[in-house]
Design a protein around this ligand. Structure first.
Ligand code: ADP
Length: 737
């Protein structure tokens, strides 16, 4: 009974070991599972034999237990896998064929005498066993058994010699397992026990495999990684445990770190002589210290360039187990990269020298333009003197040409200077308070003669209700408008050019001004629209051959508009005309309305520009008891085109008013006999059109709130003494017929 218990125990233990193998080991290996399953079946066969009652049953059990005869074959292959020794394909094929022959012998037991020449059933203490005489088949089995066991050893010894791919202890374990099996086998044969020792040997062997599998699972690099990449050229893979001890490495590593081959893998040594290896370990330690997050490095080695990466390794339960250093041959990519970097550097250099050259050119242009401007100014200035002083017709005509050409040259040089300023990013605005009406008037004056000379109509329309005072760069706004109107005139052979000025308040003190310059000229092709703002770009050059220009005007204009945080929009119909709209936000400084700007004119006197009134139909009456005050008003209005009457008393004034049709009356407040307020009441009393005749109070009574007082008395407006030129003109402009 004790024997039966022994077989049963071996069977149960082998089943438990199979179960443990399946549950404890993460990466299952088919060979290992096969080994464990075969041991189980074989032990079951032994138990079955011990229990069998007839010879047939015993022979069947014998066949089952002989499944263990394939274990040496499996052992060779799994040992090779543990030690990562490659067994050649042909050797595997030969061994498989030899095992097939053995299968044949075993299966013919009972049918012929090849394996057993004689077999009978016996009983030992109630346990059945077979008494047999061996035939040639069995000899074959023994030879194959020893040969395969020897090969399984060879694999271990070979791996031990290379001191690589597995740990020292693993090899010792495997060797011990094998030796134990062989010893037990020989003991059994020698002593000729009724009890078979092989079930015990295989149980012990299974245990060894289980332990080794468990250990390699903890230590080795996931063998998957190595086997997948092992064949990849120049791929190097090294596994370190959490204490930076070398645990495993692939074949290619030895080429890179020859010293590595001399290291026993389960010692805490590493090849100290290899400076490269040392550096890598320092790097891995660096990464481990978390100060260095860079987990990739480029390492040039001889003719190769490697890209090295470090990965952290964790067990299935998330426990940190060490590091995997991988080095991949990145030579080609890195070479291309360095070529690219060199090219980029060259390009950078070329760019820098181009920028330097361009700066030199810009400096030269700017200097030249300055140098040219000085003599041109002198020429134009002198020419103006000739125009003023000469009486000779011929000379005046020639001087006229010089003036025209000089001004053209001056504007060209100014354009170039502006352009260079834009290029250098130095274009800036010089802002101040200005009057929009004044800008419109000057632009009109400058441009209408140009249009007249070409026989083109030039019309300006402005919204009278727009505020007149703004804060901005008056000269640059004028330049923008002049550029666009000049283009309109240049590119319009016949027809008209118009400018309309509109706008609206965007906040309490902010307005958006809209200037639209429209012409009925040659227009711009749709495909050229994008290019018109490019510097030095002149589109439709065949048609524009005879039109002078540099192609800078619109480039400068756009830049100026941008500087003012505005925008410019263009639309055009080829052959029909173009329209350019400039929209600029401006701060409002004076909400006084723009009024009838057309009625004003700018007159230059002694080098000073003055706005005058150009309204010949206008009739103005000025009333003051002080003759000097009337003289001042007369003097102020002498340059304006209007009709002025004066009266030195309210009485005279009333008489004149009843006789003439005045558009506006300037009435002094304090006068003897009848003062301005009484006179106003008299006028209103005359009824009819006199009830609305604008009467403007003139007074020295300039205290705050007096304007409101005068307005409430019925005066249309109020001027304080001493009367200022601009104030007088501004008020009168509002009452032009
Ligand atoms: P240019 O000095 O040549 O006038 P601009 O920069 O002012 O340079 O204009 C660029 C080009 O845009 C011009 O050469 C012309 O072909 C086109 N262009 C500009 N304004 C007009 C317009 N009002 N009508 C037709 N073409 C225009």
């Amino acid at each position: 009974m004790g024997l039966l218990f022994y077989y049963l125990l071996c069977t149960v233990i082998s089943c438990v070991l199979l179960y443990m193998m399946l549950t404890m080991i993460r990466q299952h290996n088919v060979l290992h599972i096969l080994f464990f399953v075969f041991v189980c079946i074989s032990n079951f066969g032994y138990t079955f034999l011990a229990l069998s009652k007839t010879l047939e049953e015993a022979l069947l059990a014998n066949k089952i237990l002989y499944i263990c005869s394939f274990l040496p074959f499996i052992m060779i292959l799994s040992n090779a896998q543990f030690c990562r020794v490659r067994v050649p394909g042909w050797a595997v094929a030969v061994l498989a064929a030899a095992n097939a022959v053995q299968l044949f012998f075993i299966n013919t037991i009972g049918y012929n005498r090849l394996y057993y020449t004689d077999v009978s059933i016996g009983d030992y203490n109630g346990v059945t066993y077979l008494t047999k005489s061996y035939g040639p088949g069995h000899t074959y089995y023994i030879i194959l058994l020893f040969l395969q066991t020897f090969l399984a050893f060879t694999v271990i010894i070979y791996s031990l010699r290379r001191k690589k791919n597995t740990t020292y202890n693993t090899i010792l374990f495997l060797g011990f397992g094998m030796i134990f099996t062989v010893i037990l086998y020989i003991v059994e044969r020698r002593i000729k026990l009724e009890i078979d020792l092989l079930p015990l040997a295989y149980v012990i062997n299974s245990m060894v495999y289980l332990i080794v599998s468990y250990r390699t699972q903890l230590y080795g690099i996931s063998s998957g990684i190595i086997s997948i990449y092992e064949k990849r050229k120049n791929y190097v893979c090294i596994s370190l445990d959490s204490n930076f001890r070398l645990m495993d490495y692939n074949d290619n590593s030895v080429e890179l770190f020859p010293e590595i081959a001399g290291v026993h893998l389960d010692t805490d040594n590493y090849p100290k002589d290899s400076s490269l290896y040392r550096n890598i370990i320092i790097w891995v330690k660096d990464i481990a210290s978390k100060e260095n997050r860079e987990q990739e490095r480029i390492i040039p080695l001889g003719e190769y360039i490697y890209r090295a990466t470090v990965r952290l390794r964790y067990s299935g339960r998330g426990k940190f187990t060490g590091y995997v250093v991988e080095m991949v041959d990145d030579t080609e990519f890195q070479r291309n990269l360095s070529i690219m970097e060199r090219t980029m550097k060259d390009l950078d250099k070329a760019r820098e020298s181009a920028i330097r050259a361009s700066h030199a050119k810009s400096d030269f242009m700017a200097n030249m333009s300055h140098e040219i401007r000085t003599p041109i100014n002198a020429i134009v200035g002198m020419d103006e003197m000739i125009l003023k002083e000469s009486k000779e017709k011929n000379i005046l005509e020639y001087a006229g040409y010089i003036s025209e050409a000089g001004n053209q040259l001056l504007s060209l040089v100014n354009d170039i200077l502006d352009f260079e300023k834009i290029e250098a990013g130095k274009l800036s605005l010089s802002e101040g308070e200005y009057s929009l009406g004044r800008v419109i008037r000057t632009v009109y004056q400058m441009m209408h003669t140009k249009a007249d000379n070409k026989g083109i109509e030039f019309v300006v329309k402005a919204d009278q209700h727009l505020p007149d005072g703004y804060f901005g760069d008056e000269n640059r706004i004028r330049q923008i408008l002049i550029n666009l109107i000049s283009n309109g005139i240049k590119y319009t052979p016949k027809g008209s050019v118009s400018m309309s000025v509109a706008g609206y308040m965007t906040a309490d003190d902010m307005a958006e001004l809209h200037f639209e310059i429209r012409d009925t000229g040659i227009g711009i092709k749709e495909e050229d629209m994008e290019r018109i703002y490019d510097s030095f770009e002149r589109v439709d050059s065949r048609r524009n051959r005879n039109v002078e220009g540099t192609g800078l005007g619109l480039a400068i204009t756009r830049e100026l508009v941008r500087k003012m945080e505005g925008r410019i929009e263009a639309s055009s119909k080829y052959g029909k005309g173009s329209s350019f709209t400039v929209i600029v936000p401006q701060k409002v400084t004076d909400k006084k309305p723009l009024g009838e700007w057309q009625r004003s004119e700018i007159v230059r006197e002694d080098g000073v520009e003055r706005i005058t009134i150009n309204s010949p139909d206008m009739r103005v009456l000025a009333v003051d008891d002080m003759p000097l005050n009337l003289v001042v008003i007369e003097k102020f209005l002498s340059m304006s085109k209007l009709h002025l009457d004066t009266a030195s008393s309210a009485k005279d004034a009333l008489k004149l008013i009843s006789e003439n049709d005045y558009d506006v009356v300037l009435m002094d407040h304090f006068m003897p006999e009848m003062d301005g307020v009484e006179a106003l009441q008299e006028i209103r009393a005359m009824g009819g059109k006199y009830e609305t005749l604008p009467v403007i109070a003139i007074t020295a009574n300039a205290i705050a709130g007096s304007k409101e007082e005068y307005l409430s008395m019925g005066f249309a407006d109020y001027l304080s003494k001493p009367v200022e030129y601009n104030a007088l003109i501004d008020i009168l402009l509002r009452y032009c017929p």
